[in-house]
Design a protein around this ligand. Structure first.
Ligand code: FNR
Length: 354
């Protein structure tokens, strides 16, 4: 059990406790972003510029937070975003995160930069999707996809916002360039057991998405789409879902806040694909606003790492439980019984008319 101090009443409390526990270089690796971190700040700030316009006397009764994603039920519209290096936060690493996500009945997206092997993570139970940085070596990329399939992952989340590495100044100041000895990106192991370095592929284009489509029958989601024209191209290329993301502000500093990008993507997709969003989601009302503006679900990145640092699986569970309870209360107070009841008329803010 977590003590009340550890657990915290909200995600900012959990972050403060995580900061006390983590080595400064590791806290900064989790918290930081690219360049001047404008986009890191903008993601959270975008939510503070939206206001909920609640309905009353709707007699909503018990709320039902369940959604259906890629044909499968999920207990709430909050998923675990793929983040690297969970063993920096807790010795159990991604295994603990997976256990918590399974208990919460939601999806965990396993990062290609996970510090536990996908098989071990899958053994913790629950539903996993696998995040892929397509590698210039196609044969190796295909081997990683086969490994994720064999471990039981139910979808591929292809990160497309990273043709090169973002420049994260906090990491440079700490000289944090690699994992400490004993930790490795376990899903980058070659057949000979050597761990390959993750490469970003500046040559990545739509033909690679078509290639991936040809080597796997798993649903493919693209992560890192902000431009409506790319959303239309994604539909044309037969992908199965989009994740509106700027990588938590860790790649292109100055990229649009994801909540600001969301309505344009939703309009471009026109209901043909599920549209997910991540970046800066910290409260139940944030989830409500994203769903009202057309997201099917949101993902959380840093809050999960904070929970993991504070209490392993119990800490992650606490973060997910806080978001679930907060969303449930927000729905009730806004006069909605379920995510499907939410629409843009419930949100006011810049450029949005209630
Ligand atoms: C990330 N993110 C990320 N994304 C990805 O596709 N592959 C990865 O390996 C990682 N690694 C990673 C590490 C850390 C420390 C962070 C904070 C983020 C991005 C992540 O999936 C997600 O887009 C953001 O974290 C969402 O923003 P919030 O919830 O952290 O504000």
């Amino acid at each position: 059990m977590l003590t009340l101090d550890e657990a915290g009443l909200n995600l900012a409390d959990v972050a403060a406790e995580a900061r006390r526990r983590l080595e400064p270089a590791h806290w900064d690796f989790f918290a930081g972003g690219a360049g001047g971190e404008r986009t890191v700040r903008a993601n959270e700030a975008a939510y503070t510029r939206r206001w909920v316009v609640p309905r009353v006397l709707r007699g909503t009764g018990e709320r039902d937070l369940r959604i259906c994603l890629l044909g499968e039920p999920v207990s709430m519209p909050v998923l675990v975003a793929p983040t690297a290096f969970h063993r920096l936060a807790h010795p159990d690493g991604e295994v603990a995160t997976a256990r918590a996500a399974a208990e919460a009945g939601t999806v965990m997206v396993v990062s290609m930069a996970a510090t536990r092997g996908v098989e071990e993570i899958a053994a913790a139970g629950g539903r996993l999707w696998f995040q892929l940085y397509p590698q210039p070596d196609l044969e190796f990329t295909a081997a990683v996809v086969r490994r994720a399939e064999a471990a039981g992952c139910r979808a591929l989340v292809v990160t497309v916002d990273s043709p090169v590495f973002g420049r994260r100044e906090r990491d440079l100041r700490h000289g944090f360039v690699d994992l400490p000895p004993g930790l490795a990106c376990e899903n980058m192991r070659d057949t000979d057991g050597r761990v390959r370095t993750i490469e970003m592929d500046a040559g990545l284009g739509w033909e690679r998405i078509a290639w991936l489509r040809g080597i796997t029958s798993l649903p493919i989601l693209l992560k890192g789409v902000l431009h409506p024209a790319d959303a239309r191209l994604a539909v044309a290329h037969g992908v199965d879902g989009l994740l509106v993301s700027n990588h938590g502000g860790r790649q292109l500093d100055g990229a649009l806040a994801t909540l600001d990008a969301l309505p344009g993507i939703v309009a471009a997709v026109g209901g043909r694909l599920p549209v997910l969003v991540d970046g800066g989601v910290r409260r139940g009302t944030d989830v409500l606003v994203a769903l009202a503006l057309g997201a099917t679900a949101v993902l959380v990145g840093r809050p999960v790492l904070w929970g993991l640092a504070v209490g392993g699986a119990a800490g992650v569970r606490h973060v997910l439980d806080l978001l679930r309870a907060d969303l449930d209360r927000a729905l009730a107070l806004a006069g909605a019984a379920r995510p499907a009841d939410l629409g843009p008329d419930l949100v006011a803010g810049p450029d949005l008319v209630a």
